[in-house]
Write a protein that binds this ligand. Structure first.
Ligand code: HEC
Length: 112
């Protein structure tokens, strides 16, 4: 289902000659995380001490990740929280899924 949507998107993109094909086919979770999340959550889910204190930013680690699904993380990003701006309208569902996946890899320790 998802693959066919991507293939269809590629075909439509090719037909229209759009240059954004690569970005649409595979959002870069690391680039998106670094741009949108790293300032507050650190490069691996551990927030800088000053921010952790000021905003009570939680540490995203294996224990936290065990309790949440990628989907629920995507909802958090989409809708925002007290201190996180909602990304609704600024990121596609594919972008949010890529960020959630990257967050799980890097904060869960499977990626350095
Ligand atoms: C401005 C700083 C800031 C940015 C940018 C930010 N966060 Fe957060 N995040 C927080 C704070 C602070 C909390 C704790 C809840 C609150 O106070 O809003 C939080 C909570 C969370 C939680 C736990 C939510 C819960 O209650 O289950 C997740 C997951 C999360 N952030 C992921 C992300 C991701 C992924 C991004 C990038 C798309 C991001 N955050 C960007 C500050 C930030």
């Amino acid at each position: 289902m998802k693959t066919s949507a991507v293939v269809l998107g590629l075909m439509v993109g090719l037909a229209a000659g759009t240059p954004r094909l690569a970005a649409q086919a595979a959002p870069d979770g690391k680039a998106l995380y670094d741009k949108n999340c790293k300032a507050c959550h650190g490069s691996k889910g551990v927030p800088p001490a000053a921010l952790a204190k000021r905003m009570k930013t939680p540490t995203i680690d294996e224990a936290y990740l065990a309790k949440v699904s990628d989907d629920s993380m995507a909802r958090v990003m989409e809708n925002g929280t007290k201190n996180m701006k909602p990304m609704k309208g600024k990121a596609t569902p594919e972008d949010l899924a890529a960020i959630a996946k990257y967050t799980r890899e890097v904060a869960g320790g499977s990626k350095q």
